[in-house]
Design a protein around this ligand. Sequence first.
Ligand code: PDD
Length: 285
Amino acid sequence: MSRIVYVNGEYLPETEAKVSIFDRGFLFADGVYEVTSVLGGKLIDFDGHARRLERSLGELDMTPPIGRDALLEVHRQLVARNGLEEGMIYLQITRGAPADRDFAFPSEEVPGTVVLFPQAKTLTGPEIAAKGWRIVTVDDLRWGRRDIKTVQLLYPSMGKMAAKAAGADDAWMVEDGHVTEGTSNNAYIVKDGKIVTRHLGTEILHGITRAAVLRFAAEAQMKVEERAFTVEEAQAADEAFVTSASSFVMPVVEIDGVVLGDGTPGPIAMRLREIYIDESRKVAL
Ligand code: PDD
C-alpha cells in the first residue's frame, strides 16, 4: 500500500513526491530531522520534538519554513490519512534547493524543503524488549555538534553495520575512553541501583526520550547521575539500556561480548520502559 507523504505544503502518494536534485539536504546533508513516535494513533512528546527542531534550525541559521502549529497539523494529517496506529512520523527540513550547487548558503528567498512521512512499526508488546540488545563499541568519529539533529547519518549507519557484522543489535560510540551515545539512542548503565548517563553537551544529542525518562526516574525515587562512563564501567554494570523515540527504553544485555548480570533485561530498564510507555500514552496528542 502506497503511503501518503507531505512535501512542501502538499499531501501526495509517495511515488509522486519529488525533491530537487539541487536540494542542499541531498548535496550537503544541510538539513535537520525529527522522529516522533505514534502510539494508539497519537503523537508521543510532540512538543519536545518541535522544541528541539526549532533549536536545531536556529543553531544552523535556518529560517523555519513552517510553524509549530502547522507542523502539528501535518503530523496529525499523516497519522489520519495513513491510518497509522503505531510507528513513527519522520520529519526533515533542509536549507532548500537553490539554482545550482554552491557551498555558500543560498539567500533567504530560497525556501527550506519540508518533508514528512509515516513509518508503520510495532514499538510495544512483550516480545519487543524481551531479549534486550547486544552492543558492540566503535570509535565516535562524528563531527563536534552532535547536539544538532542533522541528517548527516553516514557514520551512525556505519556503526549499525559494524554491529550487524558482529552479530549484535547496535553500537555505542566511544570518545576519549568514554561512551558518548548509541548510533541512534542515548546510553545508560545501572550500578548498585544508580542510573548513570552522559551529561548534556555538544558531544551527544539531547534526547527527548532521555529527558522524559530522567524525569520519570526521579519521580520514582530512582538515583540518577549525569556523567560520562567508560566501556569497562559499563561492562561491570548490573544492567544497561538505551532510549530513543523509536525504541523507548530498550534493555542492553551484552557489551563487546561481556554479558551484564544474568544476561536478561534488567529490572530498572524494564520498569522505566513500562512507566515511559504508560505515562507517554496518557499525554499523547
Ligand atoms: N534517533 N542520540 C542519537 C544520535 C539519535 O539519533 C537519537 C534519536 C537519540 C535519541 O533521541 P530521542 O529520544 O529524541 O529520539 C540519541 C532517532 C530516533 C533516529 O535517528 O531514528
